[in-house]
Write a new protein. Structure first.
Length: 106
């Protein structure tokens, strides 16, 4: 059980391999922020469909790229949470009016 007593000296909460991953950590944070924004704005009001659909779409792309270049399981776990929230916000935003609803096409 010696490994249980070793402190984490990497400086990153999500790096379990002993190396820093600044790009992956940044994509993780951006995906989580976009996912929470898309999810919350989709649930708060139907009138915020432009914000929820666009932030959800960008969150899906950043999360997908983050999954592609992720190294550790902790990074992937956070990215999946952000991707799920982004997708739900995106789909609810699309159901409430879409990416251009009311702005283009009328």
């Amino acid at each position: 059980m010696a490994q249980a007593l070793r402190p984490n000296t990497t400086g990153s909460l999500f790096a379990t391999d002993g190396k820093a991953h600044p790009v992956q950590d940044t994509l993780l944070a951006v995906t989580l922020v976009l996912g929470v924004t898309a999810f919350v704005t989709a649930l708060v009001s139907k009138d915020l469909h432009l914000i929820s659909s666009w932030t959800g779409l960008v969150g899906i792309f950043t999360g997908a790229y983050g999954q592609y270049i992720s190294v550790t399981t902790r990074e992937r776990f956070g990215l999946i949470l952000g991707l799920g929230a982004s997708a739900v916000g995106f789909f609810l935003g699309m159901a409430h009016g879409g990416l251009f609803g009311g702005v283009v096409g009328h």
